[in-house]
Write a protein that binds this ligand. Structure first.
Ligand code: UDP
Length: 329
């Protein structure tokens, strides 16, 4: 019995592979290595370099490795990029997910865990936002993920494919044992960018929008430590294998921080200022999004261990220093 992890060479996927191999499970990774790194994959896992849209390849992997569950991370993840290249996002995130699911259904695999996103909510009417809120994405990224959730819902009803879709809020931080972290050099996510700036890898960073309807005018997000996010996936896997009901779960802590507060936490962790410029809003950004996160605790039994912004930022900064030392060597 093995778990197929798509995108297992990427930031979040590589942490899932570590958790699975730490738990003694057999893992096969399918990744095209366009944004991921082979070195980020735990040595106990097997890597197949290929495309999730290649149905014959996916079927072959499932049969040869006796796969009983698929955890699907592979995809494109940058909101502003999706605004300028929507068709690229619908291809990578929606069309290819459809091909992956077709192969999974054909091969008879029953358990499917999907990386979804808080971006499916768009600008929610309520904060925190619960899973019962009607999704209304404001970016092609959010729409591309929502369409995959819909395909899962319909495939569950039609073919008996059991699934858990986890709607991630803002994922940050690194493996507490220092084995993986956010490694994309041109990453666009706030904590990574702020860490790179404070370490002198960028001359300065932009704060996108200071006129939002929030306490300091900058956007509010719910930042979740990558290791806590992964423990929700491990809980979801155990839940599905025990025959749990398919469903959708928010993954966040239920507390929002503004962009300026996050930058302040990076300054505190580093002990010096972040050189920043206040610039206009970025396309596709909702003002605030904070998770209503009771469902994942109640139904999957999730218990976060790292729910603290300073802890998240410290681990992200430690990983950034590690990358800097490695690149200098
Ligand atoms: N952000 C920013 N400067 C940056 C990167 C991000 O001001 O260099 C802001 C962004 O506009 C948003 C928040 O930080 O309000 C979180 O953005 P990120 O890209 O990290 O995640 P997203 O919420 O888009 O998935």
């Amino acid at each position: 019995m093995a778990v197929l992890v798509t995108g297992g060479a990427g930031y979040i996927g590589s942490h899932m592979v570590l958790a699975l191999t730490d738990a003694g499970q057999d893992v096969v990774v399918l990744d095209n290595l366009t944004t991921g790194f082979a070195w980020a994959i735990a040595p106990q896992a097997k890597l197949v370099q290929g495309d999730i849209g290649d149905e014959a390849l996916v079927e072959h992997i499932i049969k040869t490795h006796n796969v009983d569950a698929v955890v699907h991370f592979a995809g494109s993840i940058v909101v502003p990029e999706s605004v300028v290249d929507p068709l690229g996002y619908y291809l990578n995130n929606t069309v290819k997910s459809r091909a992956l699911m077709a192969a999974v259904v054909k091969a008879g695999v029953r358990n499917f865990i999907f990386s979804s996103t808080a971006a499916v909510y768009g600008n929610p009417k309520t904060q925190p936002v619960f899973e019962t809120e009607l999704p209304s994405p404001i970016s092609p990224y959010g729409t591309s993920k929502l369409m995959t959730e819909m395909m899962l819902r319909d495939s569950h009803l039609a073919y008996g494919l059991n699934y858990v879709a986890l709607r991630y809020f803002n994922v940050a931080g690194a493996d507490p044992k220092g084995r993986s972290g956010q490694s994309t050099p041109r990453a666009t996510h706030l904590i990574k960018v702020a860490c790179q700036t404070v370490l002198g890898q960028r001359a300065s960073m932009d704060v996108f929008g200071t006129d939002y309807d929030t306490h300091d005018g900058t956007c509010l997000r719910d930042y979740i430590h990558v290791s806590d996010l992964i423990s929700a996936h491990m809980d979801a896997l155990a839940y599905l294998r025990k025959g749990g009901e398919s469903g959708i779960f928010n993954c966040g802590y239920g507390k929002g921080y503004s962009v300026l507060e996050v930058i302040g936490a990076v300054e505190k962790a580093f002990g010096g200022p972040v050189n920043k410029k206040l610039v206009p809003r970025r396309a596709g950004d909702p003002a605030a999004i904070v998770a209503g996160a009771s469902r994942v605790r109640e139904i999957l039994g999730w218990e976060p261990k790292y729910a603290d912004l300073d802890l998240i930022v410290n681990s992200a900064l430690a990983w950034e220093r590690h990358l800097q030392r490695r690149n200098a060597a």
